[in-house]
Design a protein around this ligand. Structure first.
Ligand SMILES: NC(=O)c1ccc[n+]([C@@H]2O[C@H](COP(=O)([O-])OP(=O)(O)OC[C@H]3O[C@@H](n4cnc5c(N)ncnc54)[C@H](O)[C@@H]3O)[C@@H](O)[C@H]2O)c1
Ligand SMILES: O=c1ccn([C@@H]2O[C@H](COP(=O)(O)OP(=O)(O)O[C@H]3O[C@H](CO)[C@H](O)[C@H](O)[C@H]3O)[C@@H](O)[C@H]2O)c(=O)[nH]1
Length: 335
C-alpha cells in the first residue's frame, strides 16, 4: 500500500466534506469522492480535480468497485444524516444511514486491506454535559438517535481495530460554522436548521425572523451557549489526523472546538454588527434536546495532532458565511 495513496471521501459534496476536499487538494492529495447528492451539491466539488462518483455508500457492489479501481489508502467518512429533531421522530432512517450503511464501507475496507479511517463524529455523542468544558473522557450518553448512531459507529470502529487492525480517528466536532474565505463554497443545506445560516437568512430577508429557542436557560443571558468551530479549522484537522494515522497512530477520539462559548443572543448581536442589518428576532420555547451549554476542551487535539483553531472569532465565521450568501455566484466552482 502506498503511503501517500488515494483517499476516499464519503459525503465530500456536503458542507464540511467539500471544505475538506478543497484543503486536501491544496496539499496535493489525490481524491475520490462518493456522494449520493441527497444533501450535497455537485457544484461544491472542483470536478476537474477530483474523481466524483455519484452513488450511495450502502451500494456494496459500487463500493467494492471503487476499492478495486482506486485502492484507497484511507477513508474520510463524512456521509450521514444530521438533523437531530428528525432523528427523534424517524430513528430507523438514522440508524440505517449513519450506522448500517457505513458497515458496507468497513466490509470493503477489511476485504481490500484499507486500515485508516477518519470519522465525522460529534459532541452530540456526549449528551447532556456533566461538566464543561468537555474533554474526550466525558461520559458518552447521547440523548437522541443522531448522537447515538455516531456513538455506536465509534464502538464498531474500536471493535474493527481489535479484530483486524483498523486505525481510526473519531473527530468529535462541536458546532461547525463559517465558509470558505475565498467564497467558492459554503453551507448549503435544505432545509437549513443551523443557527448562523438561519440568522443570515433572516438578515437577507429570506425568512421573516430568527426564532431564539429558549430564554430561560441557566446561562448569563438565558440563551444556549455553543462552541462554534470554523469549517476550515475542521478541514485542517482532517489533514492532520490523516498524517497522524499515516505515521502509525492508534485509534483515538479527538474533540474539535475552540474552547470558547457564545450564547444565541451574542451570535445574533454579532451578526447584526457584521451585516449592518437589523435582524428581526422572535423568542420561542426551548427546542427539545438542546443542552444549555456545550464547550469543548480542545487540549488533546493540540497534543496529539498539533491542531489549534485558527479562526477563533465568531465575527470571522459570520463574515465568511455572509460573503458567500450574498456573493455574486452564491459560491460553487462552476456555473
Ligand atoms: N454540521 C455540523 O455542525 C456537524 C457537527 C458535528 C458532526 N457533523 C457531522 O459531519 C458530517 C458532515 O456534516 P455536514 O454538515 O457537512 O452535512 P452535509 O449534509 O452537508 O454533508 C453530508 C453529505 O453526505 C452525503 N450523504 C448522506 N448519506 C449518504 C449516503 N448514504 N451515501 C453517499 N452520500 C451520502 C450527502 O449528500 C451530503 O453531501 C456528518 O457526518 C455530520 O453528522 C456535522
Ligand atoms: O433557529 C434557530 C436555530 C438554532 N437555535 C439555537 O442555536 C444553538 C445552535 O443550534 P444548531 O441547530 O445550530 O446546532 P446544535 O447545537 O443543535 O448542533 C448539534 O447538531 C449538529 C448536527 O447538525 C452537530 O452534530 C452538533 O455537534 C450538535 O451539537 C442551539 O442552542 C439552538 O437552540 C436557535 O435558537 N434558533
Amino acid at each position: 500500500m502506498a503511503s501517500q495513496g488515494t483517499l476516499l471521501i464519503t459525503g465530500g459534496a456536503g458542507y464540511i466534506g467539500s471544505h475538506t476536499v478543497k484543503h486536501l487538494l491544496a496539499q496535493g492529495e489525490r481524491l475520490v469522492v462518493l456522494d449520493n447528492l441527497v444533501f450535497g451539491h455537485r457544484e461544491a466539488l472542483p470536478l476537474d480535480q477530483v474523481t466524483f462518483i455519484h452513488g450511495d455508500m450502502s451500494d456494496a457492489e459500487l463500493v467494492d468497485q471503487i476499492f478495486c479501481d482506486h485502492q484507497p489508502e484511507a477513508v474520510l467518512h463524512f456521509a450521514a444524516y444530521a438533523y437531530v429533531g428528525e432523528s427523534v421522530t424517524d430513528p430507523l432512517k438514522y440508524y440505517r444511514n449513519n450506522l448500517a450503511a457505513p458497515l458496507v464501507l468497513l466490509e470493503a475496507m477489511q476485504r481490500h486491506g484499507c486500515r485508516r479511517f477518519i470519522f465525522s463524529s460529534t459532541c452530540a455523542t456526549y449528551g447532556n454535559p456533566v461538566h464543561v468544558p468537555m474533554d474526550e473522557s466525558h461520559p458518552q450518553a447521547p440523548v437522541n438517535p443522531y448522537g447515538a448512531s455516531k456513538w455506536m459507529l465509534e464502538r464498531v470502529l474500536r471493535d474493527c481495530d481489535h479484530a483486524w487492525g483498523l486505525k481510526s480517528v473519531f473527530l468529535r466536532y462541536f458546532n461547525a460554522s463559517g465558509c470558505d474565505p475565498e467564497g467558492q463554497i459554503g453551507e448549503d443545506h435544505d432545509p437549513e436548521t443551523h443557527l448562523i445560516p438561519r440568522i443570515l437568512m433572516a438578515a437577507a430577508g429570506e425568512i421573516a425572523d430568527i426564532t431564539v429557542f429558549g430564554t430561560d436557560y441557566p446561562t448569563p443571558d438565558g440563551t444556549c451557549i455553543r462552541d462554534y468551530i470554523h469549517v476550515n479549522d475542521l478541514a485542517s484537522a482532517h489533514a492532520l489526523a490523516l498524517g497522524y494515522l499515516r505515521g502509525g497512530g492508534s485509534t483515538e477520539a479527538v474533540n474539535l472546538g475552540t474552547g470558547r462559548g457564545f450564547s444565541v443572543n451574542e451570535i445574533i448581536q454579532t451578526a447584526q454588527a457584521v451585516t449592518g442589518k437589523s435582524i428581526p428576532v422572535s423568542y420561542g420555547p426551548r427546542r427539545a434536546g438542546d443542552p444549555p451549554e456545550l464547550i469543548c476542551q480542545p487540549a488533546k487535539a493540540k497534543a496529539l495532532l498539533g491542531w489549534e483553531a485558527q479562526h477563533q472569532d465568531p465575527r470571522e465565521h459570520i463574515q465568511s458565511a455572509w460573503n458567500w450568501m450574498t456573493g455574486p455566484k452564491k459560491g460553487h466552482y462552476a456555473e
